[in-house]
Design a protein around this ligand. Sequence first.
Ligand SMILES: [Cu+2]
Length: 125
Amino acid sequence: MKTMKASHPVVVLTILAFIMFLFAWGNFAGANDEEVIIKMTAKKFEYSPKDISVKKGIPVVLEFTSLDGFHGFYCPGLGIRTDIEPQKVNRLRFIPEKVGTFSFHCDNFCGSGHEDMTGTITVTE
Ligand SMILES: [Cu+2]
């Protein structure tokens, strides 16, 4: 019984340390699996928001809806594009791998003024 009493605090501390470890691990894993969802709308002749900021290495899902007709989204600097079809949510998932500011534009001709349909993605560390 004496040895049981002596070891008791050690056992409690060990269990506490293990629980703290699990918490830390959970947070760490959670941060890695994190996915940032950014909702964007497209209409003649603008995106909203038009300037977005994301973190390098954190997966991003852009969710586009069109408020009018057919548009596109093309960001050559990051090598990503999607059609933006009306009446549906158009999802584009990517992982930003380089830091910088990259412009995007509509690459489905949607009328005169179409060339002004632009925006930027800024990727930070
Ligand atoms: Cu357009």
